[in-house]
Design a protein around this ligand. Structure first.
Ligand SMILES: N[C@@H](CCC(=O)N[C@@H](CS)C(=O)NCC(=O)O)C(=O)O
Length: 80
């Protein structure tokens, strides 16, 4: 028998909210980034993706720290 999200107690609904301007910041080699992108995809949520080059230290630059002060990926921005 196939397992549904309801059977494992996880809601993948976005509640009908308009979240059309979501942006996921990350790097696909990161498990947490991959999981966030997977969850959004399973919800049918469209989102922009912006690559953060961890190897170049982009996650510790002021521009990214303004998005996530912890300097880690992923970060999800809802809106502009
Ligand atoms: N608890 C965080 C952990 C995220 C995390 O560990 N991200 C790693 C990449 S997988 C990262 O940004 N590492 C860079 C650093 O900590 O400087 C989450 O799940 O969002």
């Amino acid at each position: 028998m196939a397992r549904s999200s309801a059977m494992v107690g996880i809601s993948l609904s976005n509640g009908g909210r308009d979240m059309s301007k979501m942006t996921l910041y990350g790097i696909w080699l990161s498990g947490p980034t991959y999981k966030a992108g997977l969850a959004l995809s399973l919800m049918g949520q469209t989102f922009a993706y912006k690559h953060v080059d961890l190897r170049a230290g982009a996650h510790k630059q002021a521009e990214y720290l303004a998005i996530n002060r912890f300097g880690q990926v992923p970060a999800l921005v809802d809106g502009d």
